[in-house]
Design a protein around this ligand. Structure first.
Ligand SMILES: [Fe+2]
Length: 285
């Protein structure tokens, strides 16, 4: 019997997210429970476990059930004695009030991310909004999907000095390595151009994607309580921190690596010479 049978699960919105209560994550999870949690996670993209109050080590142990924990050597944001695996999130480091996915220091996307809410903002602000990238893709017509299927997104690092490079290119559309579901890898804050589009077309598509990212019906707005931990699939979900709070709060973040979206079979990555031409024609706007 899985320990998930004793827990309560409830959807957090129509588009994504499930609340899992009554499961003590400080106790070891058996294989059957992990398998059920992973299946639920892949279906719902965000799992939130309230009232857990995990230590950073317990958070790392939980995340090892989802993959290999990544290092984020971005001192001073990393927790001492955590093998560079636990990132400290406080308002002093800035509030991520932009729609984005998380990236590793080498500017590859993180696979699966977790946030452990230690101390909430006293004024009740600081919700996190998650948006389902499958819903964005599926909202387009078939002709537009065919266009998107051939595009290479240019991701630009904006202001994070802890990253080793400033630009990365990924197919905009791919299939999820575990579910085979087709969707976008899209981070509104970082995707700033497309290799195959002229600037006017790229600007129009970016505006449309940004508009859809903010569509309430594709999203989940989660209001934190102390001790809650959220785990999300960073390959299919963007997130945004609502900057409506003042004063202190504290979260720990731990991420694990996971395979990226698989390019579509007929996707052709731009050649080196195409990249050079595109790089010279597409200037940051
Ligand atoms: Fe983030």
């Amino acid at each position: 019997m899985s320990r998930l049978d004793e827990a309560k699960t409830a959807p957090l919105s129509g588009s994504l997210g499930t609340l899992v209560s009554g499961l003590d994550l400080r106790k070891d999870l058996d294989a059957a429970t992990v398998a059920e949690l992973r299946a639920l996670f892949l279906e719902r993209l965000v799992l939130v476990f309230p009232d857990q109050h995990l230590s950073p080590d317990e958070q790392r142990a939980l995340m090892r059930h989802f993959g290999e924990v990544e290092k984020h050597p971005e001192r001073p944001r990393v927790l001492e004695d955590s093998d560079e695996e636990v990132v400290i999130i406080t308002p002093a480091a800035g509030v991520s009030a932009v729609w984005h996915c998380d990236y590793q220091p080498d500017f590859l996307p993180c696979g699966i991310c977790s946030l452990n809410m230690v101390e909430t903002a006293a004024d009740g602000g600081g919700d996190t909004i998650f948006v389902n990238a499958y819903r964005i893709y599926e909202s387009f017509s078939e002709p537009v999907k065919r266009l998107l299927d051939g595009l290479t997104a240019i991701h630009r690092n904006t202001g994070n000095a802890g990253r080793n490079r400033d630009e990365a290119w990924f197919p905009l559309v791919g299939t999820h390595p575990e579910t085979g579901r087709k969707g976008l890898f899209y981070s509104a804050h970082h995707v700033q151009d497309f290799v195959e589009l002229v600037p006017e077309d790229a600007a129009m598509l970016l505006a449309r994607l940004q508009q859809l990212t903010q569509k309430p019906s594709f999203s989940l707005r989660y209001h934190w309580s102390p001790g809650a931990i959220a785990v999300w699939d960073n390959r299919a979900v963007q997130h945004y921190v609502v900057p409506d709070f003042a004063g202190s709060r504290l979260l720990y973040q731990v991420t694990v690596s996971a395979d990226l979206l698989i390019p579509l079979p007929d996707y052709e990555a731009p050649s080196e010479s195409d990249r050079a031409v595109a790089a010279s024609e597409i200037a940051p706007r």
